[in-house]
Design a protein around this ligand. Structure first.
Ligand code: NDP
Length: 311
């Protein structure tokens, strides 16, 4: 039994770094970076950030794919992951807090007119503008799971009026929770900010298309920190040109990295960040090692995903 690590993209942890951190937690575990995989027949668990090519299909004894994060859309339906292979994710506290902070930062940037004040300074212009009041501002959070729930509670604690939206009914103190697709257009119409923290599933892909975007409040801001394929990007550009919504903050886009010739880079009403809203794994690395142990012991795994449901 061995755990193989393949990050699958640049610009984050390396396989060697992660292997070292995991071995520090359990020095006895057989943990291998993709650069030195050894005999592939030994591999029973594969830990990935993005699953590349047919790697999973090359591992004849693979039982578990562990996502090194939350979004499992690139794994659950991957043709190289046989139906019997189980999928687990992480539920780390630190990146959930980071994503909630990201949403709050962009809400406050607009509430406090920071872009306008920066533009005024560049003209040496002393141009006061009143900040907007939190109590008179409505923030909608799409997705009330591990990350969305934390974001909704943070917004509530900052005194915003908060609406939440999920697939099934939820109760969160101080948050007006709604559910189901039929409830979405009306909710979008009353939110000054819409923070989307949804997984990518057949039901959410393309959900924010022209009709949903038109249902948003004129001038509102859409913040997407979930998955890029939630938003029809051509429809978004056209909707922004008409002022509904008024601005989009995109930490995730349908093609990452965003191609250099994408019109999103230069659209005056779009802010792009390179998928950085949640970053550090923190204590969650312990759960990777724990799942390695549990797999060997035949025990219930931590944070197993429903492959049919997609999250
Ligand atoms: P969870 O699985 O804990 O929560 C998902 C939420 O989305 C649930 O509330 C669920 O509803 C809701 N949901 C799913 N499908 C629908 C639907 N069709 N209609 C309405 N609501 C729906 O996931 P997390 O909160 O941990 O993560 C959410 C996503 O954030 C991840 O899947 C990932 O794609 C993305 N992410 C982005 C990161 C970044 O750096 N930008 C980092 C980490 C994650 P219900 O509760 O009723 O099931």
């Amino acid at each position: 039994m061995a755990l193989l690590i393949s990050i699958g993209h640049d610009g984050w942890y390396t396989e060697e770094q992660l292997a070292e951190e995991l071995r520090a937690i359990d020095p006895g575990a057989d943990i291998r970076p993709i650069s030195a995989p050894g005999n592939l027949e030994d591999i029973t668990m594969l830990a990935v950030s993005a699953l590349k090519g047919d790697l999973a299909a090359q591992l004849p004894n693979l039982q578990l794919v562990q996502k090194l994060g939350a979004g499992v859309d690139s794994i659950v339906a991957h043709p190289s992951v046989a139906p019997h292979v189980r999928v687990t994710r992480l539920k780390p506290l630190e990146p959930a807090q980071e994503i909630a902070e990201y949403c709050l930062a962009y809400v406050l940037r607009s509430q406090r007119n920071m872009a306008e004040h920066a533009a005024s300074q560049s003209r040496s212009a002393w141009a006061p503008q009143a900040p907007k009041r939190a109590a008179e501002t409505t923030v909608g959070v799409l997705g009330l799971g591990h990350i969305g729930g934390m974001s909704a509670r943070l917004m509530r604690d900052m005194r915003f009026r908060v609406l939440g939206w999920s697939r099934s009914p939820k109760e969160i103190t101080g948050v007006d929770c709604r559910h189901g697709e039929a409830a979405l257009p009306q909710m979008l119409g009353i939110c000054d900010y819409v923070c989307a923290i949804l997984p990518s599933t057949p039901a959410t892909r393309g959900l924010m298309e022209a009709r949903m975007l038109a249902a948003m409040k004129p001038g509102a801001t859409l913040i997407n920190a979930g998955r890029g394929d939630l938003v029809d990007e051509a429809a978004l550009a056209a909707a922004l040109d008409k002022g509904t919504p008024g601005h989009a903050v995109l930490d995730v886009v349908s093609q990452e990295p965003l191609p250099a010739d994408s019109p999103l880079w230069t659209h005056p009403q779009v802010t792009v960040t390179p998928h950085v809203s949640g970053w550090h794994l923190g204590d969650a690395l312990r759960d990777v090692v724990e799942n390695y142990r549990r797999l060997e012991a035949g025990e219930e795994l931590l944070h197993e995903v429903d492959r049919q449901r997609g999250y």
